[in-house]
Design a protein around this ligand. Structure first.
Ligand code: PEP
Length: 253
């Protein structure tokens, strides 16, 4: 089995002004220190990318954006393209977060175009998938994952030298304080890896990192990371505070 370097990613959502983002990221750099055993990403709002990029320069942390639009440029008021994000210093971009699907009508077809655009700009897409509570309760978790993975990754030329990252985020666990039981998370992650293997082969399936997201905190990260198919975490609320996010990053110690 390929060894996959864990990725701990923070999604700041629509929080933090530029001065707040600068203070938080400077404090994070101090608290996190030199880390080489895990990759770390923070995704502030677009407006704070420049200040955070400067604050984390030379540190163990890398920058991510929370969304993109698939066209490179044009008359698309309010949108931001993949080359723009890359030029702001981002290495990663979150795509298809459930809040974008839920509140902004994002579809799997749109997610597919965004992933393609991210690759063209040499960004690593962090592709979010996951079922809602009614979908889980009615036994549709796997069929939801089938559709999101198959349509989201449709016709993409994926390879092991630069695989996308998948984030399994059960919608009922995001920002609710409810975390999936370890066995529920492992089952979903193993299922996603099987889908990747069926669609793109075993080599990609064993190289791809699948993050868990949904109320991850210092108290549950170690248990989640001990599971064989969990390769990191996408952290919302707990990434906003340097104390909690750095504790999550240092989950091994
Ligand atoms: C998220 O925003 O992707 C997330 C998982 O949020 P939280 O950690 O707050 O549940």
């Amino acid at each position: 089995m390929a060894s996959r370097k864990p990725l701990i990613a923070g999604n700041w959502k629509m929080f933090k002004t530029c001065p707040e983002a600068e203070t938080t990221s400077r404090q994070l750099v101090e608290r996190v220190g030199d880390v080489s055993s895990v990759d770390i990403m923070i995704a502030p709002p677009f407006t704070a990318l420049a200040v955070v990029s400067k604050a984390i320069e030379g540190s163990s942390m890398e920058l991510g954006a929370q969304n993109l639009y698939w066209e490179k440029e044009g008359a698309f008021t309010g949108e931001v393209s993949a080359p723009m994000i890359a030029s702001a210093g981002c290495r990663y971009v979150i795509i298809g977060h459930s809040e974008r699907r839920q509140f902004f009508g994002e579809t799997d077809a749109g997610v597919n175009k965004k992933i393609q655009a991210a690759f063209e700009a040499s960004l690593i897409p962090v592709v979010c998938v996951g079922e809602t509570e009614p979908e889980r309760d009615s036994g549709k978790t796997f069929s939801v994952l089938d559709k999101q993975i198959q349509e989201g990754l449709k016709d993409l030329n994926l390879n092991t030298s630069n695989p996308p990252v998948i984030a399994y985020e059960p919608v009922w666990a995001i920002g609710t304080g409810k975390t999936a039981q370890p066995e529920q998370a492992q089952e979903a992650h193993a299922y996603i890896r099987k889908l990747i293997s069926q669609g793109f082969g075993d080599e990609l399936a064993s190289a791809i990192r699948i993050l868990y997201g949904g109320s991850v905190k210092p108290g549950n990260i170690a248990e989640l990371m001990a599971l064989p198919d969990i390769d990191g975490a996408l952290v919302g609320g707990a990434s906003l505070k340097p104390e909690t996010f750095s504790e999550i990053i240092h989950y091994r110690t």
